[in-house]
Design a protein around this ligand. Structure first.
Ligand code: ADP
Ligand code: MG
Length: 682
């Protein structure tokens, strides 16, 4: 039996060594890779009736040529047109820059035209055309459109794919056990793969996709479950043996009493840390719920057990802030905290690096700088990642590998709805902090229109006069980080004019680290009263004296982002406010503003976000470390994902899956699957 998963693409007729290299860029090296390289859409060449198409549609129609062609030339360019009778319409067909077609356009000849339809002018700008009975006909087919580039063209890809099927189509194995095939009435694999490339009709295309999506998600879930089953049994992790008394002493030295929820989280974490199993725990707590101090207690326990700890955060602003607060907590206990960011001077960096290697620095706080090759620890025992969703799976895993099976704590303020978390990450251990520290007043949230800006300015004045501080967040313009910055600069000028007697700070992504740090320090110390900022302060920033969060053009932000921003206030004892300035046009935009004013509970909010947007958008970009599916879409295929999760769990539990010959090919496929590199959250 030929194994198409190991046969190099060069075995396909027409694939040279050069083409092989080009294909490599698309992740294609074997015949199987190629056959599973699916088109991202199809061109639809089904013949349409003019009465049912819309202006601007790309359509295929058939008709008869009823005039002599007319050609115009403009230098090297040309335009060729003729009249075509389509049904009962007299249409002008126009070709650009294809003068050679002129001879073929003879009166009375039937022709099939594909192109863009201009309803008003009754004109068709032709992309492709063909004459019935001549050559291979595209008419009434779906043509696959692949993501191609470099020397790989669309036509070459289609031709090569067809050739691959001729040579190797028969070797495509069915990997799904017969029981599943029946239960879900799945299209056989070979047929499905072929139809993915060249569907006969819409229904066949749908069935093919349904089959392949289910397969992809089942393999993903199987891999997740298998990995989980294995790590659960791995028992050579770090054992942290700091005594309860020691930890209690540290907790007593904190400036405040821990909340019940914090205590519970600490207990969970300490019991994981004491066990020889590797901790892999997610600590989720709404913004402002006090996760940092939980991390601090855990780090303390690591150090008192003779190990080092690392805290990785997504931004320099946050690293500096944690550095300041941890130093305050740990210094009295003789624990040395180091800072590692991209903007340290070479000298400072060297000092921290050698301190870590020799064990003189006990705890390091840092950004991505932590995962560089030259960072070595003496004995790393605990890795904490704050705002974990900001990191890719690989980045977290690099840090983990700087120790020998250290315990891992992931913190997130983006509450992942439970169902989604289990589905996407497998059943990992989760601690949740649902309660906020005592004495916090709920944040009052208002949604106002742009005309009310003057009143908002009055509000800022009132808060600042009372000794408080305000943030003004300027909109995010997705296409351009440069425009964002300009926008922030403009608003900054505007605010300086509005408040000539106040200090107005500015913070944005194009400032260098020292400038950012300076701006943050001034704001932390209440030396600037109003801080105009882009979303660089979105996560983690903690200035308890600020009580007013103003978000301009809020409709440009997603719910979870707005919630994060709002979480920058309400961190102290004073009443805090969040003002969303927005004129959303869309139904969804208005709903978002309404939800923000109705709930302050991040968990509820994320559930409602899920309802509003579907799980696809929930995780947003690749940043989140979510698996990158080839076919499946988290939004539209969520139900299938849930089904696949249940099926995978059932398989893993069954004896047959591990031993029976019926499952051999499925097991092999799981092994080969590279759907995701990081297995799960870590
Ligand atoms: P987040 O969970 O958003 O990271 P932080 O750890 O930044 O929250 O904590 C928010 C604020 O609450 C900080 O100023 C912190 O010092 C304070 N805080 C944390 N725990 C408590 C507590 N138990 N009692 C009072 N204040 C607390
Ligand atoms: Mg935080």
């Amino acid at each position: 039996m030929i194994d198409y998963t190991v046969i190099p693409v060069t075995q396909i007729k027409g694939v040279s060594a050069l083409k092989q290299q080009e294909l490599h860029a698309f992740g294609i090296s074997t015949v199987a890779d190629l056959l599973l390289y699916f088109p991202y859409r199809y061109d639809d060449f089904r013949v349409r009736q003019l009465s049912e198409v819309k202006d601007g549609d790309k359509i295929t129609v058939e008709g008869r040529i009823v005039s002599e062609p007319v050609m115009q030339r403009f230098g090297k360019k040309s335009r060729l047109s003729c009249r075509v009778m389509i049904e009962s319409w007299l249409v002008t067909a126009t070709w650009f820059n294809r003068p050679y077609l002129r001879e073929q356009l003879t009166q009375g000849r039937d022709i099939v035209l594909t192109g863009k339809w201009d309803q008003r002018r009754l004109q068709l700008t032709v992309a492709t055309s063909e004459f019935p009975g001549q050559g291979t006909q595209r008419r009434d087919t779906f043509q696959p459109v692949y993501s191609v580039g470099g020397k790989i063209t669309q036509t070459w890809m289609r031709k090569t794919m067809a050739q691959a099927f001729v040579q190797f189509g028969e070797t495509i194995p069915e990997i799904m056990p017969a029981s599943f095939m029946q239960r879900y009435k799945l299209m056989p694999r070979k047929q499905a793969i072929q139809a993915m490339h060249q569907p006969d009709n819409v229904e066949v295309g749908k069935q093919a996709r349904r089959r392949m999506v289910y397969e992809e998600l089942l393999l993903f879930q199987l891999k997740l479950h298998m990995f989980r089953a294995i790590t659960r049994e791995r028992a050579d992790g770090v054992v942290h043996n700091a005594s309860n008394a020691t930890v209690r002493e540290f907790v007593r030295s904190l400036p405040f009493e821990l909340t019940e929820a914090q205590k519970k989280a600490v207990t969970d974490i300490l019991s994981d840390m004491r066990s020889p199993l590797c901790m892999n725990r997610l600590l989720q707590g709404d913004v402002g719920s006090g996760k940092t101090v939980v991390a601090a207690v855990s780090l303390y326990a690591a150090v008192r057990s003779g190990y080092q700890g690392a805290l990785m955060v997504p931004t320099e602003i946050l690293a500096e802030q944690h550095m300041r607060s941890l130093t305050k907590l740990f210094e009295p206990h003789g624990i040395v905290v180091g800072l590692l960011t991209g903007s340290l001077t070479a000298r400072k960096r060297r000092d921290v690096l050698s301190g870590l290697q020799m064990g003189m620095v006990h705890i390091v706080v840092g950004t991505h700088a932590l995962i560089q090759d030259d960072v070595h620890f003496r004995n790393l025992g605990l890795v904490v990642t704050d705002e974990q969703h900001r990191f890719g799976v690989n980045q977290r895993s690099v840090l983990r590998h700087k120790g020998y099976n250290p315990d891992v704590l992931l913190m997130t303020a983006t509450p992942i709805p439970r169902t989604l978390a289990i589905t996407a990450f497998g059943d990992m251990d989760v601690s949740s902090i649902k309660e906020r520290p005592a004495g916090r007043k709920p944040i009052k949230t208002y949604w106002v229109k742009h005309e009310m800006l003057d009143r908002v300015l009055g509000f800022i004045r009132r808060e600042v006069t009372a000794g408080r501080q305000a943030y003004i967040i300027t909109p995010l313009i997705e296409e351009s980080d440069k425009l964002d910055v300009q926008n922030a600069i403009d608003v900054h000028v505007q605010m300086q004019q509005a408040f000539p007697d106040l200090k107005v700070g500015l913070l944005h992504g194009r400032m260098n680290a020292a400038e950012k740090d300076e701006a943050m320090k001034l704001f932390s110390a209440n030396e600037t009263h109003v801080l105009v900022s882009t979303t660089v302060i979105e996560v983690g920033v903690d200035v308890p004296n600020s009580t007013l969060m103003i978000v301009m053009d809020s409709e440009r932000f997603g719910l979870s982002q707005l919630h994060q921003l709002r979480g920058r206030v309400g961190r102290g004892a004073h009443q805090s406010y969040c003002v969303l300035i927005a004129d959303p046009k869309s139904e969804v935009g208005q709903e978002r503003m309404r939800i923000m004013t109705e709930t302050e509970d991040g968990f509820e909010l994320s559930e409602r976000d899920l309802e509003l947007r579907g799980p696809g958008d929930f995780f947003g970009t690749k940043q989140s470390g979510m698996p990158d599916f080839k076919l499946a879409d988290m939004a539209s295929d969520f139900a299938v994902l849930e089904q696949a999760r249940d099926d995978a769990a059932e398989l893993i539990r069954s004896e047959d899956f591990w031993t029976s010959q019926d499952y051999q090919l499925l097991r092999d496929a799981v092994q080969q699957e590279q759907l995701f590199q990081g297995e799960q959250l870590d």
